[in-house]
Each structure stands twice: as structure tokens, then as C-alpha cells.
Design a protein around this ligand. Structure first.
Ligand code: IMP
Ligand code: MG
Length: 371
């Protein structure tokens, strides 16, 4: 199964047809058990258009006498619930004096079924139960418990098996989930490779939030946030800021920064443990690292560049050969293992970091456009 494109959005495979069928088998078996031997012919209320496929699949599994009535309501425009449910067409039959099973494709906030239950009562139904193929527990706002739920899913927007994105996708037999367009880039490389120099320009060019862990720490300390105070205490005690603090700051950025097309991480992750933590944070959001851009420069050039920078910034300590050699060693020991980590993930890309700032910038931009 590969991604599908509908209008302006991309969707990735989420639930395979076989799994959907199995879930429908299970829910149909429960309904059969509850309604077996009943004297009346309960009404299945098919909620158009989304519920067409599910109702058909469910109905052919039901072994008791039943009728079908269709209704059309809508509360969705594009990929967002408007909060307002409109009755688009009336019902195709009567529910007067009958038991009704509302058959929905998906229950999100629950506003639609709340309205449907009211409409059923107003039309003289003697009992109303709810059966839905999918439900998003994270979005559901009602106290009312749903009677039959075939599958529960996270709060993401999905299409397929009757569900649409602005009219398209209903005919796809598997279920697909909206693939986020957010990008998570890592700018990677030894000290002096030019990460900081290039990151700001790239962030602007691609509308990314540039996350430099050093800047973040200073920012949190200046704000006097809880995190900042913790970090400050540690730094003042001459200790290293532990991974959890740095990770907490980054996760906080991911969760709070809006209106960007993605994030550009600079100076993080530095260790395998941090890379694993980053994967966990992104997985929680249904995301993953989009690509690593690794700036390659030879050790000799690292030394030259750091010395040059130290001279400009007047930091004589950084100019000592021994300190620089140490930083290079730490990089090779601790950070370089990440190359293999990201190669395995299929996310690793190398860029020649030598040459002028503009030359390197153009190489990075070209690569990032492809990722
Ligand atoms: P509710 O009224 O918020 O429960 O929304 C229910 C209706 O919104 C469903 O009948 C669908 O038409 C639509 N809907 C909710 N979530 C999705 C989705 O992920 N994909 C497509 N349509 C959805
Ligand atoms: Mg619907």
C-alpha cells in the first residue's frame, strides 16, 4: 500500500481492508446476539454518505429481520468539524414505533449522533442504539456510551471505506490517515561545521522553527521558567544539564510552536540516547525524523575554523589546540555513532561542508527541498 493524494493532501495507509472486515465481523456478531429472535424488524439507520460501505458490510452479516432507512446530515467542512450539524435531506422511510440502530461510519465529537438520537425520538422510534465503524475516544464529548464500536482510533483525520476528504476517498477500500506535512530536520556535524551559521537561513527559507538547544536553555533561564530554574541551578553547581531537561524543552517547542512548516534541530541529538528520546517524542505525534543533513568537514578544517572563530569572538580558551582536539574527540566518540543510527532509519544525508558559506547554503537548500 502506498500513499494517496486527495486534493491538496497526502494520506498514508492506516487500517487494511482485512482488518476492517474482521472488526465488522466482530461487531456484527455482537449485534446478532442482542437482536436474535426478536419479533420486530429493527431499522438500520444509514447515515449518508460516509456510512454507505459500512452499512452494506454490516447488513449482510446480520441474521435477524431488519429494514434500512437513510438520512443525511453533515457537520464537516474539509477536515474540521464545524460544530454545527445540518440536516441535509430527510429520511427515506419511517421509524415510527420501531427500534433503531444508527449506523455511523465514524463518531468524532458525537454531535452528529446526539442530533440523530434526537431526530429518532422526535420521529417516534421506541429505542435508539448506536453502532459505529470507527470512534475517536479523544474527541468524543458526550456522556452517552456507544452501544457498538468496531474500532477505536486516535484523533487523526482519516479517509477510505466510505469516509471522504471533501468528497474524495470514499471508494478506497482500506483506511488511510492524513500524513502531516510537518518536517523534522536535524542539522548535524562536528563543531565548526557551520551548523549555526546555516540554520537561521534555512529556518527562514523553509518556514521552520530553528531549535538550538543552547539558545533554548539560555531562553528558559532568562524567562525564569520552571525548566530554566532547574537548568540554572545545575549549571551554577557546575553540573551538566541532564537529557530530560533538554528533551523537555524540545518537546515543549514541538507542542507549542504553531504556524511553521516544521522544525530544524541544531545541536540535538548529540547521543544515541537523545536520538531515541527524539524518536519517542515524534512517535507520540505520529511523526518521525524527516531527514538528517550532515555537514562534512575534515578534522583539520574544524581546528582552523574554531581557532578563527575564537580569535574573532576573543575566546582565547577555545583557541587552545588541546581543547579543540578534545571537542573533536567527543564528537567522534559520542555523536558520530548517530550516523549509523540515522543511516539505518534511512534518514541520513551528507553534504560537503567545505567552501564558502553561500556554496554550502545552496547545497543544503537543494537537499532539504528533496527531503
Ligand atoms: P461528529 O459529529 O463530530 O461526531 O462527526 C461525525 C462526522 O464527521 C462523521 O459522520 C463524518 O462524516 C465526519 N468525520 C469525523 N471524523 C472524520 C474523519 O477522520 N474523516 C472523515 N470524516 C470524518
Ligand atoms: Mg458521516
Amino acid at each position: 500500500m502506498s500513499n494517496v493524494r486527495l486534493h491538496d493532501k497526502t494520506f498514508r495507509p492506516f487500517i487494511e481492508y482485512d482488518k476492517i472486515e474482521e472488526a465488522i465481523d466482530r461487531v456484527a456478531a455482537r449485534i446478532n446476539e442482542d437482536y436474535q429472535g426478536s419479533k420486530d424488524a429493527p431499522v438500520l439507520l444509514c447515515v449518508l454518505n460516509g456510512s454507505i460501505l459500512f452499512t452494506a458490510e454490516l447488513m449482510k452479516r446480520l441474521t435477524f429481520k431488519c429494514e434500512i432507512v437513510c438520512i443525511k446530515l453533515t457537520s464537516y467542512v474539509g477536515i474540521k468539524s464545524t460544530g454545527e450539524v445540518r440536516d441535509v435531506i430527510g429520511m427515506t422511510g419511517s421509524v415510527e414505533g420501531k427500534r433503531v440502530i444508527i449506523v455511523e461510519d465514524i463518531v468524532d465529537s458525537g454531535r452528529t449522533i446526539e442530533n440523530l438520537v434526537r431526530i429518532m425520538e422526535a420521529n417516534g422510534a421506541t429505542e435508539t442504539k448506536i453502532c459505529t465503524m470507527l470512534m475517536k475516544p479523544g474527541c468524543y464529548k458526550l456522556d452517552k456510551k456507544l452501544d457498538y464500536v468496531a474500532m477505536e482510533i486516535p484523533d487523526d483525520f482519516i479517509v477510505g471505506f466510505g469516509l471522504d476528504y471533501d468528497g474524495l476517498g470514499r471508494n478506497i477500500k482500506d483506511i488511510y490517515v492524513l500524513d502531516s506535512d510537518m518536517k523534522y530536520y536535524i542539522l548535524f556535524g562536528p563543531p565548526g561545521a557551520g551548523k549555526g551559521t546555516q540554520a537561521a537561513g534555512m529556518a527562514e527559507r523553509f518556514n521552520l522553527c530553528h531549535i538550538s538547544t543552547g539558545d533554548l536553555l539560555r531562553g528558559e533561564m532568562a524567562k525564569g521558567s520552571e525548566l530554566g530554574l532547574k537548568a540554572k541551578a545545575l549549571i551554577e553547581a557546575g553540573e551538566l544539564v541532564p537529557d530530560e531537561i533538554v528533551e523537555g524543552m524540545i518537546e515543549n517547542k514541538f507542542d507549542t510552536v504553531k504556524d511553521v512548516s516544521g522544525f530544524l534541530l541544531d545541536g540535538f541529538p548529540r547521543t544515541i540516547a537523545q536520538a531515541e528520546a527524539l524518536d519517542r517524542m515524534l512517535a507520540k505525534k505520529g511523526e518521525s525524523v524527516s531527514g538528517v543533513v550532515s555537514l562534512m568537514i575534515p578534522d583539520e578544517m574544524i581546528k582552523e575554523r574554531i581557532k578563527h572563530r575564537a580569535a574573532i569572538e576573543g575566546r582565547a580558551d577555545d583557541a587552545s589546540d588541546e581543547t579543540i582536539s578534545n571537542r573533536i574527540k567527543t564528537y567522534h566518540d559520542k555523536t558520530e555513532p548517530l550516523v549509523d543510527y540515522y543511516k539505518k532509519a534511512g534518514a541520513y544525508n551528507e553534504i560537503d561542508g567545505t567552501g564558502t558559506i553561500d556554496e554550502v547554503r545552496d547545497r543544503i537548500a537543494l537537499l532539504m527541498e528533496r527531503i
